[in-house]
Ligand binder design. Structure first.
Ligand SMILES: Cc1cc2nc3c(=O)[nH]c(=O)nc-3n(C[C@H](O)[C@H](O)[C@H](O)COP(=O)(O)OP(=O)(O)OC[C@H]3O[C@@H](n4cnc5c(N)ncnc54)[C@H](O)[C@@H]3O)c2cc1C
Length: 524
C-alpha cells in the first residue's frame, strides 16, 4: 500500500477528500449562519463551568481535555489521552465582535483562519498574522504556536493577542491582558491548554488591500542570502511580508511583499492559488533562472500560497502532482485533507516518516542563522528549507515560555528565524530519531525553540532548559485543581501524543480490551 501511495491517494483519497471538504465547507457555512451566535457566548461559558462543577463533584478522578476529535489537530501526531480523559465540550465557533476603532476582533477559540479572513477581508480588514491553513484554529495557534511571513513585524501569533478569557478548573472565568492578570496572560501561549480552557481572545487587525506586491530576489551564495534576509527582516516598516526558500547550499530566493491595490497593468497579476498553477515553491524556484521579479498576488492567494502542496510535502505523497496534466485535470482536488492523510497512515509509512522523514520548525536567534544552516547542511542536506523571520518580544516580567535572545555581552535581540524543514533528508544512512535528538540539543545550545506541533524526543530536563517554566510553575501551584485537571505541558506534548497508525492500533486494542471486559462482566 505504501509503495503506491501516490496512486492510492489520487484514486481513493482525493475524491473522499473533496467530499469531506464540501461537507466541512457546508458545516462551516451552517456554523456561520446558524451557530455563530455571539449572544450565546455567556451561555457556552456557563456550560463549561457546569461541566467542571460536575467533574469536581464526582471526585476529579480523570484528567480533562477538550472534546475536539484527535484527528482534527493540524499536526502529524494525534493525542492519545483523548480516549481516557474527561472531554469538556468547548465547541465555540463564533466571531464575537469586530471593533475597528480599537483594531481588534474578538473570537471564540474554535474559530479558524478561513472563517476570520472570510469575515474580515470583505470589510477591508485582515488579521495582522494569518497562518497558512484555513483549518488552523485560534485556540490551537495561541495554546501552541503560530507564525507567518508578517511575524518579523508583528511577532509570533501570541503577540497579536490583546486579551484572553480562560475558564480554570475551579470554574472561574478569568480575563487577562497586558494590564490585568499579567502572569496568566504571559503564561497561556505555549501552555497547550494545561492551565484552563480558552473561551475567547482579542486579536489585532490591520487594514487590508486586495493584492500583495511580491518581489522575488534570487541569491547565489549563502553570504548574499544571509545579508539580504537580515536586512529585509530588520526593516520592519518597509515590508509587511518577508520569507525565503533555500534550494541548495548556495541558491535561495528571498521574497519581500507589501499590501497593494490592483495594479494598472493586469499582466503583472499572478493568481497563484488557481488549481492549474504550478505549486508555489516550484514557481519561486524559477526566479533563480529568471532573476529578480515582481508580481501582484491576490491577498487570499498569497495567504494560502503554500497550501496546495503543503509547502513541498505533497511531492512525497503524490510525486506526479505538480505535472501539468495532473494540475489541469485534478489540481482542483488538492490538497488532500490532513485528517484523511493521517487516517491512511500504515505501519510502513509511519516507520518511514519517523526514520527517514522530517517535519520540524526550529526557531533560532538570527545571530545563529548561518551556523544553523550549516548544521542542517551537515546533518540533513535537504532543500527547500523555509526561512521565516519572527520577533519574540520582552514582557514586563521578563518571563513566559519564550523570550528574546540575550547575547553574552548583555544585548537583547528580538529577531529570530523559523527554519522549517519538511521532507526527506539526503544524508546517506539518515536516522530520524537520533538526528532529531541531536538537533534538539543544538537548538537548546543556541537559545532557540522548537515548534511543539511536531514530534519531540527531548527529555523533561531539556524541555525545561528550552522553555522557561518559572511563571507557569507558579500558576500551576496557585490555580485550584489545575494539577488534578491537566498534565503539565511536557507530559502532554512529549508523552501524550503518538503517530496516527499507533493511535489506530491503540484504539483497536482498547476495543478488544473493552470487548473482553464486557464478555467477562457478562459471563460473571
Ligand atoms: C500542514 C501544516 C501546515 C502548518 N502551517 C502552519 C503555518 O503556516 N503557521 C503556523 O504557525 N503553524 C502551522 N502549522 C502548525 C500549527 O500552528 C499548529 O499545529 C497549531 O498548534 C494549530 O493547530 P490546531 O488549530 O489544529 O490546534 P490543536 O492541534 O488542536 O491544538 C493545539 C494545542 O492547543 C490546545 N487547545 C486548542 N484549543 C484550546 C482551548 N480552547 N482551550 C485550551 N486548549 C486548547 C490543544 O489541546 C493542543 O494542546 C502547520 C501544521 C501543519 C500540519
Amino acid at each position: 500500500m505504501s509503495k503506491y501511495r501516490g496512486e492510492i491517494t489520487t484514486v481513493f483519497l482525493l475524491p473522499v477528500s473533496v467530499v469531506l471538504k464540501w461537507f466541512l465547507a457546508i458545516k462551516n457555512l451552517i456554523i456561520v449562519l446558524f451557530n455563530s451566535t455571539p449572544k450565546k457566548h455567556q451561555q457556552r461559558i456557563e456550560n463549561i463551568q457546569n461541566q467542571l462543577e460536575k467533574w469536581r463533584k464526582e471526585g476529579m478522578s480523570q484528567k480533562l481535555c477538550t472534546n475536539r476529535s484527535p484527528w482534527k489537530s493540524m499536526s502529524e501526531l494525534v493525542p492519545r489521552y483523548k480516549q481516557r480523559y474527561n472531554r469538556i465540550d468547548v465547541d465555540m465557533h463564533s466571531i464575537l465582535e469586530i471593533d475597528v476603532k480599537r483594531q481588534v476582533v474578538k473570537v471564540e477559540p474554535m474559530v479558524n483562519m478561513g472563517q476570520i479572513t472570510a469575515a474580515l477581508n470583505p470589510k477591508g480588514w485582515t488579521l495582522a498574522i494569518v497562518p497558512e491553513l484555513d483549518d488552523l484554529t485560534v485556540g490551537g495557534l495561541i495554546m501552541g504556536f503560530g507564525v507567518e511571513s508578517s511575524s518579523h513585524q508583528h511577532g509570533l501569533f501570541q503577540y497579536i493577542c490583546k486579551s484572553f478569557d480562560i475558564v480554570t478548573p475551579d470554574g472561574e472565568s478569568r480575563h487577562c491582558s497586558e494590564d490585568e492578570n499579567q502572569d496568566l496572560f504571559y503564561s497561556i501561549p505555549w501552555s497547550h491548554g494545561t492551565l484552563g480552557f480558552l473561551v475567547a481572545a482579542e486579536l489585532k487587525i490591520i487594514p487590508a488591500k486586495k493584492f500583495v506586491e511580491l518581489t522575488y530576489q534570487p541569491t547565489y551564495t549563502r553570504e548574499e542570502l544571509l545579508e539580504k534576509f537580515e536586512n529585509a527582516s530588520r526593516q520592519k516598516s518597509e515590508f509587511l511580508f518577508v520569507e525565503a526558500l533555500t534550494f541548495s547550499r548556495d541558491e535561495a530566493v528571498l521574497m519581500v511583499g507589501k499590501l497593494a491595490d490592483k495594479p494598472i497593468n493586469s499582466k503583472n497579476i499572478n493568481r497563484i492559488g488557481r488549481w492549474h498553477k504550478p505549486w508555489f515553491y516550484s514557481h519561486v524556484q524559477t526566479y533563480l533562472k529568471k532573476g529578480r521579479g515582481t508580481e501582484y498576488i491576490p491577498l487570499r492567494h498569497y495567504y494560502h500560497r503554500h497550501t496546495r502542496s503543503y509547502f513541498w510535502e505533497m511531492k512525497d505523497i503524490i510525486p506526479f502532482g505538480n505535472k501539468n496534466w495532473f494540475r489541469w485535470l485534478l489540481g482542483w482536488t488538492m490538497p488532500p485533507h490532513i485528517q484523511l492523510l493521517k487516517r491512511l497512515q500504515t505501519e510502513t509509512i509511519q516507520q518511514l516518516r519517523e526514520k527517514r522523514h522530517v517535519v520540524q520548525d526550529m526557531i533560532i536567534p538570527i545571530n545563529y542563522l548561518a551556523k544553523s544552516l550549516d548544521y542542517f547542511d551537515k546533518n540533513y542536506d535537504m532543500h527547500p528549507l523555509w526561512l521565516c523571520p519572527l520577533n519574540i518580544y520582552e514582557n514586563k516580567f521578563g518571563k513566559g515560555f519564550v523570550k528574546p535572545f540575550s547575547s553574552k555581552n548583555g544585548t537583547d535581540d528580538e529577531l529570530f528565524v523559523d527554519i522549517g524543514a519538511y521532507g526527506t533528508p539526503t544524508i546517506p544512512g539518515f536516522d530520524g530519531n537520533s538526528t532529531l535528538k541531536k538537533l534538539e540539543q543544538f537548538v537548546i545550545d543556541h537559545s532557540g525553540y522548537q515548534a511543539l506541533y511536531a514530534r519531540t524526543l527531548m527529555s523533561e530536563d531539556q524541555f525545561r532548559q528550552m522553555f522557561d517554566h518559572e511563571l507557569y510553575d507558579k500558576l500551576r501551584e496557585q490555580i485550584p485543581f489545575v494539577k488534578k485537571a491537566f498534565d503539565d505541558v511536557y507530559t502532554k506534548v512529549a508523552k501524550g501524543r503518538l503517530s496516527p497508525h499507533d493511535l489506530k492500533r491503540n484504539q483497536a486494542d482498547h476495543e478488544v480490551d473493552e470487548e473482553i471486559e464486557e464478555e467477562l462482566t457478562y459471563s460473571n
